[in-house]
Write a protein that binds this ligand. Structure first.
Ligand code: ADP
Ligand code: MG
Length: 695
């Protein structure tokens, strides 16, 4: 047998089941089945007894014999099969409602069985329906494991006779005849970290000979996962550093200096200065920059972006800024116009909603190099947008842009432009280490002076009148407020209805004309959105009722209260983003999380976290813990953090260890000349890693 063999030839599989395994698990080869790992184990040595059963829904294993098989007709074609199961301490009834014929033929007296399932108490008698069942003495004695593996299965698998026990029998015979496996990790590493050989690890992850062997098998396979993740990223990083040339922006000229000396609206924070320096160092290093800039909401990333773009201009290049929404692009455009007022710089806006003639004109001026600074949405990366000399691309709020979209920027200039990706969704350190191992990273860890921490409260529907009364006080004191409704799918009618119902309620509590309201949601046209935002920004309206379209980057310093309706339906990072819309003007600011009364534990924990801290990194860590990394925004789109065993939060020490090992290894042997198996791995994953060049 070979790992590349089709599973159809494995004992207990056959064509029908092979089809189901392929469809349900994507498992087609023996090797892939080997990689379908148990998610837990049943300890066969920890047997329960009938006399000591408790009615707590626990999955138990019992050992005993069956007697008294009885079939009762329950319908024209249906019957029930029951039997008694005796284990020396008491009797329990086993029941089948389907597949009775097969069970009846299989069950034999005088054979000792292991019976597994969740017994229930029925009329004072213990009962187990459709138990998992197998002979206690396995025919296959090639190995002895006290543990039975439990695998994920699906309904379709179960009805094809591929329940977890059946699957276990298949893996049992697979493990028993497992062919030799080529070691994937270099011998010195195996030795240094006392790692179990690969083949042994695979055998023991399915059928561990002891708890200790299981722990070692897990440790080995986790190490393997994290090691190759690190190798992929660090190798890509090294390639980028050594291979890709970049424009050299060594000049600091009149654009940057003129702005710095005469137009800077406020002194830069220390963190802003440091980041600008880091970016500048990158851009004059002679290699192409790929930098991730993390900064909490309100930390002043826009100004940093602008000043970096001015450096590009000083070196004779064009620069562009790409934002995820039209609202945001328009806002950046206005901010830039205001800040650059009086400077000889051509700034333009390019979004999808420009009229065709306007678009054409902008594109033409761009190609001729007349426009120096372009701001826009994804319209920027359309095929027919040509720059004369694009030197720097800034991408704001990275998580909304797909990797593919970003990669198209690459084609916009002969020499690849420098790329700065800005995100306000803080990424926990371990995740950054794993996921952005090939990106350089800057952090703005300081908010501009005078920021008030936003006070956050949790309220339920019963408090609504009080909450609205509080809003009234704030508005009467000259402040503005946001009320945000969840809109998970922009197409979901009920969500939109919630929004309109909410608006009606707001109008009831805040009668016009004394109180004025704006409303923004995804179904409005870009113009409608912009005009609603404008009215709110100008202070013409007091309340902004909106969906999450305002989540990212909207900046209205006079707004001091953020009410989030159905807050339990938002993720933590989204709540944090929304809260970041207030607390920008120096006035006391508030965030009110409205939820229903009875919250699930997980929602409760999210709300509690929000009330307890405003620290974006703490929130990101909590988010990771509560949702699991697979769910983190942007991760799915990249589809790269596909870890089976390792857990980025719990295995942080291992993440560090593998990172350092790979770093030292690549430093000593950049081409992996001494590690043929690692080289092969790299060659193999090259295609997958192309995007790594981009960010
Ligand atoms: P974000 O990092 O969330 O994109 P912004 O760039 O929108 O944050 O900045 C938030 C607010 O802080 C803006 O109103 C901006 O004008 C202001 N700001 C930025 N830098 C400073 C600074 N150094 N001092 C004072 N205010 C600043
Ligand atoms: Mg921003």
């Amino acid at each position: 047998m070979q790992l590349s063999d089709d599973i159809v030839y494995l004992k207990g599989v056959g064509p029908a089941r092979a089809k189901v395994l392929a469809a349900e698990l994507g498992v087609r080869t023996v090797g892939q089945l080997l990689d379908h790992l148990p998610f837990r184990y049943i300890d066969r040595s920890a047997l329960a007894t009938v006399s000591s059963l408790r009615d707590d829904g626990q999955y138990v294993v019992l050992r005993g014999q069956v007697t008294n098989l009885q079939t009762t007709a329950t319908g024209k074609f249906r019957e029930r099969l029951t039997c008694d199961f005796y284990d020396g301490t008491g009797t329990m009834q086993l029941v089948w409602f389907a597949g009775t014929k097969w069970v009846r033929e299989k069950l034999k007296p005088n054979i000792t069985y292991l019976v597994m399932g969740r017994p229930t108490l029925f009329n004072g008698q213990w009962q187990l329906s459709h138990p998992e069942l197998e002979a206690a003495t396995s025919q296959d004695t090639s190995h002895t494991s006290p543990f039975l593996p439990v695998y994920n299965t699906t309904e379709k698998m179960k009805s094809a006779g591929l329940g977890t026990r059946a699957l276990a029998r298949i893996t049992e015979s697979l493990v028993a005849q497992l062919p030799p496996m080529e070691e994937t990790l270099p011998a010195p590493i195996l030795e240094r970290f006392h790692l179990m050989p690969l083949r042994e690890a695979y055998i023991n992850i399915h059928y561990p000979t002891s708890q200790q062997a299981l722990d070692q098998a897990r440790a080995r396979l986790k190490y393997e996962e994290l090691f190759f993740l690190q190798l992929d990223y660090q190798y890509a990083h090294q390639q980028r550093v050594t291979a890709s040339e970049g424009r050299i922006f060594s000049r600091v000229g009149e654009m940057f200096n003129g702005f710095y000396n005469q137009h800077l609206p406020f002194p830069l924070t220390g963190a802003q200065k440091r980041v600008i320096r880091e970016v500048h160092d990158d851009m004059r290093s002679g290699r192409q920059m790929n930098r991730l800039l993390q900064g909490d909401v309100g930390s002043g990333k826009t100004l940093v972006a602008l000043m970096c773009m001015l450096l590009a201009l000083d070196n004779g290049c064009q620069a562009c800024l790409m934002a995820p929404t039209e609202i945001l692009a328009t806002q950046h455009y206005q901010t830039f116009l205001r800040m650059l007022d009086g400077m000889p710089i051509q700034v333009e806006l390019l979004t999808g909603s420009l009229r065709a003639a306007q678009k054409k004109k902008v594109k033409q001026r761009l190609a001729e190099g007349e426009i120096q600074l372009l701001i826009g949405t994804h319209a920027l990366i359309e095929d027919d947008v040509d720059f004369q000399n694009l030197g720097l691309v800034v991408i704001d709020e990275q998580h909304r842009f797909g990797v593919q979209q970003r990669s198209r920027l690459w084609t916009k200039a002969q020499v690849p432009p420098h790329i700065l990706v800005m995100t306000a969704t803080p990424i926990p350190r371990t995740l950054a280490m794993t996921l952005y191992g090939d990106l350089d990273c800057s952090v703005i860890d300081e908010l501009p002076p005078g920021r008030q921490p936003v006070r956050t409260y949790h309220r339920i529907e019963a408090n609504r009148v009080k909450v609205f009364h509080f809003l009234k006080q704030q508005i009467d004191a000259g402040r503005q407020v946001y009320i945000v409704y969840p809109l998970i799918e922009e197409s979901e009618k009920t969500d939109l209805k919630n929004l309109y119902d909410g608006l009606e309620m707001v109008h009831y509590f805040f009668p016009r004309p004394q109180y004025q309201t704006s409303m923004v949601h995804g179904r409005l046209t870009a113009e409608e959105k912009a005009s609603e935002m404008e009215r709110f920004k100008a202070g013409l309206t007091h309340i902004m009722v909106a969906t999450t379209v305002i989540e990212v980057g909207v900046d209205v310093p006079n707004a001091t209260v953020m009410v989030i309706e159905n807050a339990e339906r938002f993720g933590l990072s989204q709540l944090h983003q929304l809260r970041g819309r207030v607390g920008r003007g120096g006035g006391d600011s508030y965030c009110i999380l409205m939820t229903k009364d009875n919250l699930a534990a997980n929602s409760k924990e999210r709300i509690r976290t929000m009330c307890a801290t405003t620290d974006g990194f703490k929130i990101a860590e909590a988010d990771l813990r509560l949702r699991g990394p697979g769910d983190i925004q942007g991760l799915q789109q990249s589809g790269i953090l596909d870890l089976k065993l390792a857990d980025i939060v719990d295995d942080e020490p291992l993440v560090r260890a593998t990172r350092d090992t790979v770093r030292d290894l690549l430093a000593a042997d950049p081409t992996l000349a001494h590690y043929p198996q690692l080289r092969r791995h790299i060659e193999h994953s090259k295609n997958k890693l192309l995007w790594g060049k981009i960010s």
